[in-house]
Write a protein that binds this ligand. Structure first.
Ligand code: FAD
Length: 321
């Protein structure tokens, strides 16, 4: 038996969430005495593949063909299923990322497996079953999902599990599964990145601003603060609706859900629809001039003050740090 973990890359570099998924898989494997098999699809160099061993993989399956350079949901799902079967996997782990959200249910359906998506903690075993804690209702609640099928699929939320080094090393195998032509009925011709900045769903730190910033001309200080912190920028819905910021930055119930270690909310009131997308953040810092702003109720730290006064001072202090 093995624990199979699918590891995502961007332009040949594994994402942080990939290492989190391997560390998580290693911890699950240690509970059951199994080995971790990592599956990489795309053009990834050996040095990157070897790195997976450092975090707990014993074997790395490398699928590297021109046809699979870009993400194709159906084909990738077919390969994951093929790898699961040929490696006798009892548990499959994926990141609950943009592509993981599409892959996990497809893989689970093909394997007749139960799925826990949005896992935020290690599972606990109850006999043959696994119980997994997941976020529910846009992060407003938790669910304990019992997986009772023989094969189990877990999609791990980014930033939910710490990357840990393990005393392992991995063998790397080139893997050539047979793929049906019909799995390529949808083909991604090209991916044009909207921005070169840090990816919002996976960011460690997010600096987010709302209508309190008054207008798009005032976002210079938000971007500067984000640069100093190595953070991604985000915004509330009215801000992107007004065209002050791109829609790709809109977080909340109808936007992107984020789970960074640090979420800094500036001039955002904290409406329930906004909180739905950010409440999985580990630490929330709120900067708002209204002490009654609802966001303060969920904040770990708060500054009551005018953003135009506080942010420049914060930037100076952080630069001096
Ligand atoms: P406001 O509510 O106008 O708040 C601005 C805040 O800035 C205030 O708290 C004010 O005190 C503060 N402020 C003003 N000036 C300053 C200053 N100089 N310095 C510091 N603070 C200042 N919203 C989302 O964000 N994401 C969603 O996904 C989303 N989905 C929705 C879905 C539905 C179906 C509906 C009905 C609404 C949704 N909304 C969503 C909108 C949501 O209800 C709020 O209207 C929105 O989040 C408010 O945005 P805001 O906090 O930027 O603006």
């Amino acid at each position: 038996m093995s624990i199979l973990v699918y590891v995502e890359n961007t332009d040949g570099q594994f994402k942080k969430s990939a290492f989190e998924a391997v560390s998580y898989a290693k911890a699950v494997a240690d509970q059951s005495g199994n080995q971790v098999v990592a599956l990489s699809i795309g053009n990834v160099e050996d040095a990157q593949l070897t790195l997976l061993g450092k975090y707990g993989a014993s074997k790395v399956l490398n699928v590297n063909t021109e046809q699979l350079k870009s993400f194709v949901n159906q084909a990738y799902a077919a390969i994951i299923v093929d790898a699961a079967k040929s490696n006798d996997a009892s548990v499959l782990i994926l990141s609950n990322s943009f592509s993981g959200k599409g892959l996990a249910p497809r893989v689970a359906a093909k394997l007749n497996a139960a799925l826990a998506d949005g896992a935020i903690e290690l599972p606990s075993a109850t006999g043959e079953n696994l119980q997994v804690k997941t976020g529910a209702f846009s992060g407003k609640a938790f669910a304990f999902v019992e997986l009772t099928s023989t094969i189990k699929v877990i999609a791990l939320n980014p930033n939910s599990f710490e990357v840990k080094e393990a005393e392992t090393s991995a063998t790397i195998e080139n893997y050539s599964p047979s793929i049906d032509a019909e799995d390529f009925s949808t083909i991604v011709k090209d991916i044009i990145r909207a921005t070169d900045k840090i990816s919002l769903p996976e960011a460690d730190i997010v600096v987010s601003a709302g209508r309190g910033l008054k207008g798009p001309e005032n976002w210079g200080m938000i971007e500067e603060l984000a640069d100093v912190l190595g953070a991604a920028t985000a915004c509330s819905k009215p801000v992107s609706d007004a065209g002050w910021r791109p829609h790709s930055e809109h977080v909340g119930q109808t936007g992107i859900a984020v789970s960074p270690n640090l979420y800094i909310a500036i001039g955002i009131s904290g409406a329930i629809q906004h909180l739905a997308g950010v409440s999985a953040s580990k630490t929330i810092v709120v900067i708002n001039k209204d002490p009654e702003a609802p966001f303060f109720k969920v904040a770990d730290y708060g500054i009551v003050g005018d953003a135009f006064d506080v942010i420049p001072k914060l930037i100076v202090a952080l630069k001096a740090y």
